[in-house]
Write a protein that binds this ligand. Sequence first.
Ligand code: BT5
Length: 250
Amino acid sequence: MSESTIFSAPAGWALHYFPETGSTNDLARDAGEAGAPERTIFVTDHQTMGRGRQGRSWLEVPGSGLLFSILFRRHQSQSFLLTSLCSVAACEAIDRLAGVHTEIKWPNDLMLSGRKLSGVLTEVSWAPGNPFAVVGMGINVNFNPTALDGVPDNAISLLMASGREIPRAGLLNEILRQIDLLIDMEPSKTEAVVRSRWVERLWRRKQRVVIAEGGKALDGVFEDVAEDGALLLRLEDGSLQTVRVGDLVI
Ligand code: BT5
């Protein structure tokens, strides 16, 4: 395990660290149900049941990735905004500390050199009187994810891209600092700033892409994104298709 396992957070955050857990999203959800405040964060060195979207798994080498989940009580009705806010904050922190240029694969994966560096899983609870959202992120830092069974070849880590180990604690602290800067803005400003930074970083925007949508493959040009974050795809016949759920394949 690398030596930088003492995680800390900026003032105003309550950080809870576990050497191992099932999923940090579950810890944050339990805390949310118990009434914990915004800026509560759970960090671990290893997940035994790390989750992706739609029942998929998130895998890592213990002590070498950055795995955390944040509880939000602001903007919780706009889960898309919170997801993009965390993606943008993470990109800015990673670029600054690792000297790379990260992009965002619609809607929310972090990409480096066209390969997957990080995944984001946002879950919302609408319990009456106690709504909250949890944003979980897994970032490949100091290991080779492609060596793991179940991780596709198009995965990458900061170690692979930069050739050096990146201190995970410093990276987490910088991500939280970037989140603070975005979330503490006046709400409409948060929305405008996050959206423009998210759009600027969108991988393959204005290029030909293929989108897998419910067993079908859609071919076209990734023209733009709608107000609500949906992907606008220009099809061969010239029509514009709005894609809300789907996976950008290339
Ligand atoms: C995601 O799902 O990318 C969201 C992953 C969120 C993980 C964080 S870790 C902290 C928090 N606690 C949790 O339990 N989850 C969150 P999705 O788009 O469905 O992608 C999952 C797919 O990515 C898998 O099916 C694999 O193909 C691939 N994958 C798994 N581990 C990977 C890794 N380390 N790097 C790159 N790809 C990976």
